[in-house]
Design a protein around this ligand. Structure first.
Ligand code: DAK
Length: 260
């Protein structure tokens, strides 16, 4: 499918989605949310893709938020429809059974930071700035920011960041536990692709099931989570990958995984 607002690249097991609206610093409008969901579905269905990377085209912005121009005249029903589009795309990335890495190359504000937080892992360039300016626009984060920030950074830090609308550096976000790694400017994609390479050498079934287990850990009590983990662990023993991984270890060779 051709995309107007993003660029989709396939590169050695990686599916790279670049949000591409340079005139609006890659802000998310409804059409971009639709395309993001379509691209994520494409990559989920493509057996050659084992890691997904989301980034912003250009060197200034990851995504500078939801599109203020498009939102300004919305009525409540249009606002809800827009919110649903954003939620669908971000929840899909969060729940798909392939790891998703956000490469935050510049401004990740409002809906842009919410998109990064819906990814499994965030690497950010030193110059990147993140935050939730929504309250300065008379609204609140509407693409999951109130929920995901509190879970990652704790309630007090989430409240401080969201109530103040303060924009913070990548390093401050790292110190709050919102970003996995801060990388020198110009080395972001190299670092992200290095992480992707490590994931690509692992068994895709195990990685996908581990993602599902870890996601469940925030919404389940410990016993239910451990039961879920035990079932996922057991499932691996019916897969080609488990036989291949353990046989390769015993034969002292590198495994070749098929994701089956
Ligand atoms: N939307 C639309 N256009 C944007 C934009 C945005 N979020 N951010 C930047 N642009 C446009 C600017 O209007 C400008 O366009 P022209 O004037 O050239 O036509 C162009 O991008 C370049 O921006 P600047 O000239 O402002 O560039 P600067 O380097 O001076 O400043 C900046 C960069 C990122 C600091 C600044 O652009 C900025 O503050 N942008 C807005 C950031 C922001 O407030 N983001 C949060 C948006 S609110 C919801 C679900 C989700 C959300 C809301 C509701 N539902 C429940 C319905 C989420 C809301 C948000 O994300």
């Amino acid at each position: 499918m051709p995309y107007d607002n993003l660029i989709l690249e396939l590169k050695g097991g990686m599916g790279i989605i670049r949000i591409n609206r340079p005139k609006a610093l890659n802000a998310l409008n409804a059409a971009t949310c639709d395309e993001l969901l379509a691209a994520a579905r494409d990559l989920a269905d493509n057996p050659d893709v084992r890691v997904v990377i989301v980034t912003g085209q250009g060197d200034k912005a990851f995504v500078a938020g939801a599109d203020i121009q498009e939102m300004q005249p919305m009525n409540p029903m249009q606002g809800m429809a827009f919110s649903n589009k954003g939620h669908m795309a971000m929840s899909f990335l969060e729940r798909m059974n392939k790891p998703v890495i956000a490469a935050v190359n510049g401004y990740a504000l409002g809906g842009g930071f919410e998109l990064a937080l819906a990814c499994d892992i965030i690497y950010a360039a030193e110059k990147a700035k993140v935050g939730f300016p929504e309250v300065t626009l008379g609204i609140l984060p509407g693409f999951g920011g109130t929920q995901r920030t509190a879970r990652l950074a704790g309630i007090a830090r989430a409240k401080e960041l969201i109530f103040s609308g303060k924009v913070i550096s990548a390093r401050e976000a790292y110190e709050m536990g919102l970003v996995n790694k801060v990388v020198p400017d110009g080395q972001l994609m190299e670092a992200v692709e290095g992480l992707a390479a490590a994931i690509l050498s692992a068994g895709p079934v195990g990685v996908g099931l581990a993602k599902a287990c870890i996601n469940r850990s925030v919404s389940m009590d410990i016993d239910s989570g451990l039961d879920f983990e035990a079932e996922a662990f057991g499932l691996c023993f019916g897969t080609v990958d488990q036989k291949e991984g353990m046989t390769a270890f015993l034969e002292k060779r590198k495994p070749t995984y098929r994701g089956q």
